[in-house]
Each structure stands twice: as C-alpha cells, then as structure tokens.
Design a protein around this ligand. Structure first.
Ligand SMILES: [Zn+2]
Length: 180
C-alpha cells in the first residue's frame, strides 16, 4: 500500500471537526469584533511558518484585526506570499513586514532531492514546486529577506525584519542580512 507511511498515525486519529464547530457556536454567541476594518490596525504583515507551536498572536502580543498573518511550510517567500504581500501593501495599507522562521522546523535538514525522488517513484509525477527545505534557520530567514528585497512587488523595504523563533524558549532571535 502506497499510503502506509502517511497512515502511520491513523490508529489514534480522531477528527476534530465536531468539537471545533461546537466551540464556534459559543464563539459566535459572544462575538464582539464585528466592527473591525479590513485594513490591519498596525499596518503590519507577518510571514510565518505553519508550525503548530507558533501562536503568532501570542508570540508578538497582537490582537485580532491588527496584522495580516501569511503562513506556509517554512514561512518561505514564494510567489503566492508575494501575491499576498502585494495586496496587503497596495490595497490594505500595510507598511511593515515581520518574517518568523523557527527552530525544530519540519523542513530543517530534509533532503529536497530525496523528498522529490520519493514522490516521483511512488506517484509517477515529480512535484513542480520547490519543497524549500533548509540546513540553517538563520540562513533561511536571510534568504527570505533577500527575496523580499529583490522583488519589485513588495515596497517599504526599510521596514522588513526577520527572526528565528526558538520553540523551546519562546524567544525571538533577530537575523540581520550582514550576518554571514
Ligand atoms: Zn516550520
């Protein structure tokens, strides 16, 4: 069976949706944020990894309505992230970008070539996207910052800052472009 590996945790998997929906009913009952505007109050966009241990609002002390949070595996600057940032800046007035990568990331030390070769041998099709695995989270943030500096679609480059979040301490470590 080709899906054996993906189903390794299947025995104890229990869908959450019923619980989530029941939570939402009480959330909607007490809802008081209907007045918030589409434009983020802090004119801020955060690009972060999707890691489940990163509560972006808590890590940065943000409230609902204050920032755009754009997430993917690794917090990588892909074309789609640039699309979101371009809209964020040009239509919704954000002027500051914070990048959050982190320690113990699922993409850390993963072999991009092996990942793709495994997919190709198993599925018969090679992914047309980059996995964007990396060896050093600090170098990876630097790479993301360089991509933002290079694209014409993102402005306000003087307000771009990048950090590595330590999932064991909760602390942010700033990355500067000149570090290497
Ligand atoms: Zn991650």
């Amino acid at each position: 069976m080709t899906n054996d590996r993906a189903n390794d945790h299947g025995a104890k998997f229990k869908p959450s949706m019923q619980e989530l929906l029941s939570y939402n009913r009480s959330y909607a009952n007490d809802f008081d944020a209907g007045h918030l505007d589409t434009t983020p109050l802090r004119n801020l966009a955060v690009v972060a990894c999707m890691d489940s241990r990163m509560d972006i609002f808590k890590i940065l002390g943000l409230d609902n309505g204050e920032a755009h949070i754009i997430r993917n595996a690794g917090g990588v600057i892909t074309d789609d992230v640039i699309r979101s940032l371009c809209l964020s800046q040009r239509a919704l007035d954000t002027r500051e970008i914070v990048l959050l990568h982190h320690t113990k990331c699922g993409l850390h030390n993963l072999s991009e070539d092996k990942f793709k070769a495994d997919l190709e041998s198993e599925l018969g099709i090679k992914p047309w996207w980059a996995l964007e695995s990396f060896m050093d989270p600090f170098a990876d943030v630097r790479q993301s910052m360089q991509r933002l500096f290079a694209t014409p679609f993102v402005a306000h480059k003087e307000h771009i800052r990048g950090f590595v979040y330590d999932v064991t301490t909760g602390a942010l470590d700033e990355v500067t472009i000149s570090d290497d």
